[in-house]
Design a protein around this ligand. Structure first.
Ligand SMILES: NC(=O)c1ccc[n+]([C@@H]2O[C@H](COP(=O)([O-])OP(=O)(O)OC[C@H]3O[C@@H](n4cnc5c(N)ncnc54)[C@H](OP(=O)(O)O)[C@@H]3O)[C@@H](O)[C@H]2O)c1
Length: 425
């Protein structure tokens, strides 16, 4: 499978972020004969080098020394016309585009994220469709792009089944036009966040524009790496479960109200997380296999009560924070502000990962587990398409450093939190 990447020239937008960093390192460490990697982000070359040095220490040194990385500095929330992409990328040969750059802010209204998520993706797709050399375009969406089905589903099961397909909504072109004119389509309110709606709309628009060139990857909640590039690799603010755990551990409340329509949310509601290195491997394996469909990058659902118990185990107040469920709207003022941000906490989705099960079966037949180069060096292993240790992801005792980093981020915002962190943690 890694042979596919030999000599390939790959543009990775968002290559400086949490997932992008793992993608770049995984390709370069496993297929050193890759053609070239262009990392598109707002940071410059020096900034990226410093960032990776801080995040990964020596683990990134040899990657940098390969001289196979170029940084394309472009703020796609401001510069997002096909001509902007031509100006930035016109002189490079590109075989594959992996488009992972995005705002992941769950708080922002559609007007504030439309440029970076919808406009920029469409301009990049328009630009790519004019080029002969680009054969594949991978769009990194989110499995919560279909979280509106929570309300529409006539499913008889508690967990709403979500297939690896694009679910129709309205007229995508009209919705995009409305958004460009400052009109919010009525669908936005059906989604937990404008972010999820923007991803849903972008999936539909890209499908119309790119057809068979397109593959869509939908990660659930991305968590710390199980092993690659180093165990526990994570980025503050990009690992929602860790941020949630840190927020709840700092909160002195003895009861917290969340919304759910499920009969027994403690047991029925679920959290779905996946290690970042498994997301990267799934994406790269499906891309190499020629997949041009939708791929879920998801783990096994974990009941809410397990998630909460794990947070409570690390929380150092002498009292527990008890959860009170209300059958209210996600945005209800009765719901705690943590619940109004992490809205899907009271939901249950059954994300299919049939495409990856099928791919794993094929790979088991075709490839040995260890891949050895012609010179006898071990250049890589079979990609890790499933996490054996889902439970690890919500075991915050194992991610103390990551949780502490998030707490320090909160502490920088106000002195009360700073004192709580100092005294309790
Ligand atoms: N994290 C999750 O739990 C999660 C879950 C599901 C799906 N996803 C999706 O996975 C993808 C990667 O997310 P992530 O967790 O790696 O996010 P991240 O750590 O925040 O990284 C975002 C990346 O996008 C780039 N970017 C953001 N705004 C940009 C702009 N205006 N112009 C140019 N580049 C910009 C950033 O570059 P700079 O840092 O240089 O600004 C960074 O490289 C996203 O598409 C996200 O929607 C994430």
């Amino acid at each position: 499978m890694w042979d596919y990447y030999k000599d390939k020239k790959i543009l990775i937008t968002g290559g400086s972020g949490f997932l992008g960093t793992v993608l770049v390192h995984r390709i370069l460490k496993t297929q050193p004969d890759v053609g070239h990697i262009y990392v598109l982000c707002r940071t410059d070359r020096e900034g990226l080098k410093n960032r990776w040095q801080k995040w990964l220490g020596s683990a990134h040194n040899d990657v940098w020394k390969t001289n196979k990385i170029d940084v394309v500095q472009l703020d796609i929330s401001k510069k997002n016309t096909p001509q902007d992409f031509e100006d930035a990328l016109g002189s490079f040969e590109i075989d594959i585009v992996v488009h992972a750059a995005s705002s992941i802010n769950l708080d922002r209204p559609i007007g504030k994220i439309k440029n970076v998520i919808i406009e920029a993706s469409m301009a990049l797709a328009e630009y790519v469709s004019r080029r002969q050399d680009v054969k594949r375009f991978v769009y990194v969406s989110t499995s919560f792009a279909n979280s509106h089905l929570q309300f529409d589903s006539d499913s008889k099961t508690l967990a709403i089944p979500i297939e690896e397909t694009i679910y129709p909504l309205g007229d995508a072109q009209k919705e995009w036009e409305d958004i460009s004119n400052g009109i919010e389509p009525p669908y936005v309110k059906k989604f937990p966040w404008a972010y999820a709606y923007a991803k849903h709309l972008t999936e539909r628009l890209l499908q119309q524009k790119l057809g068979d060139k397109l593959m869509i990857v939908r990660p659930s909640i991305i968590g710390p790496a199980l092993q690659f590039p180093v165990r526990g690799f994570s980025v503050i603010k990009s690992t929602p479960c860790v941020t949630l755990a840190a927020a709840v551990m700092l909160l002195p409340a003895w009861r917290i109200t969340f919304a759910s329509g499920l009969p027994n949310p403690n047991v029925n509601a679920t959290c779905n997380a996946i290690p970042v290195d498994v997301v990267a491997d799934r994406l790269l394996a499906h891309l190499a296999s020629g997949n041009n469909q939708v791929v879920h990058a998801v783990g096994k659902p974990v009941p809410f009560e397990n998630l909460w118990a794990s947070i409570m185990k690390q929380r150092r107040y002498p009292w527990k924070a008890n959860v009170v469920w209300v059958k209210d709207d996600w945005n209800s003022p009765k719901v705690h502000r943590i619940g109004r941000l992490f809205k899907v906490l009271g939901t249950a989705f059954d994300f299919s990962d049939a495409n990856t099960i099928e791919l794993q079966e094929k790979m088991d037949k075709l490839e040995p587990n260890i891949i050895v180069s012609e010179k006898g060096a071990q250049i890589g292993t079979q990609p890790q398409l499933f996490a054996d240790h889902e439970i690890d992801l919500i075991n915050f005792g194992a991610w103390k450093t990551q949780v502490r980093d998030s707490m320090d981020m909160f502490a920088r915002r106000d002195w009360v939190t700073k004192v709580i962190v100092r005294v309790l943690y």
